[in-house]
Design a binder for this molecule. Structure first.
Ligand code: CA
Length: 226
């Protein structure tokens, strides 16, 4: 899952981005409203953490512009403006949640998990496919309850595939949602990480649960299916 953090207090912005990266998200950070607007038009984010008092473009204006073209991306407003009017206005303008500063990082994490889960109608914090389970809270995967040691990227890829069961996910889509902007889109990073993820899952499951559709991408499959 890919997140954009828009916050002009650099230290706070860096701390949030770093914390979310440790949670396994691909994170980009931005200090300016106008720049954030550009990024949101150009890149595929799953969620935006949005401050309101920003240079370049006010957060509320940004949200209004964004919602004209994109209803999908989840927006969590993180602001020192904490009056009821501000919260109502933010939610009416199309924010999915509103957290007032100062805040506890654990609460921000919980709200982000909740929003991303909701977008996939996922009630539980644990995703399941065949014998595979993935604990989105503890950031760990298991096969038949036995832990599989995955790297952060492998886990993020598996999570994305498990959130889209039955769908063929392209390399580009994985690149967009699992890596941040620093990633080189021409690299073969996706293929390398898919290969190692595959190997680890196959070892535990006795078959390869990731099918490759030539020219299209990857999808999860049950044992015996092609
Ligand atoms: Ca600010």
């Amino acid at each position: 899952m890919r997140i954009l953090v828009v916050e002009d207090e650099m230290e706070l912005c860096g701390a949030i981005a770093e914390g979310l990266e440790l949670d396994g998200y691909a994170v980009d950070a931005c200090y300016d409203g106008a720049e954030a607007h550009e990024l949101l038009l150009a890149e595929e984010y799953d969620l935006v953490v949005l401050d309101l008092n920003l240079p370049g473009m006010d957060g509320m204006d940004l949200l209004e512009e964004l919602r004209k073209v994109n209803r999908e991306v989840k927006v969590l407003i993180l602001s020192a403006r904490d009056s009821v009017e501000d919260k109502v206005k933010g939610l009416d303008t199309g924010a999915n949640d509103y957290l007032a500063k100062p805040f506890a990082f654990a609460e921000l994490e919980a709200r982000i998990r909740n929003l991303l889960r909701r977008s996939f109608v996922q009630e539980d914090t644990v995703l399941r496919f065949a014998a595979i389970s993935l604990d989105t809270l503890g950031r760990a995967a298991a096969v038949d309850g036995r832990p599989v040691a995955l790297t952060r990227k492998e886990l993020a890829i598996l999570e994305y595939l498990m959130l889209h069961p039955g769908k063929v996910v392209s390399q580009e889509e994985l690149m967009e949602h699992v890596w941040n902007m620093e990633a080189d889109s021409f690299s073969n990073a996706v293929r390398v990480h898919i290969a190692s993820l595959r190997k680890k899952l196959k070892e535990k499951m006795g078959f390869d649960p990731i099918a490759t559709r030539i020219g299209q991408g990857y999808c999860l499959r049950e044992e015996g299916s092609v």
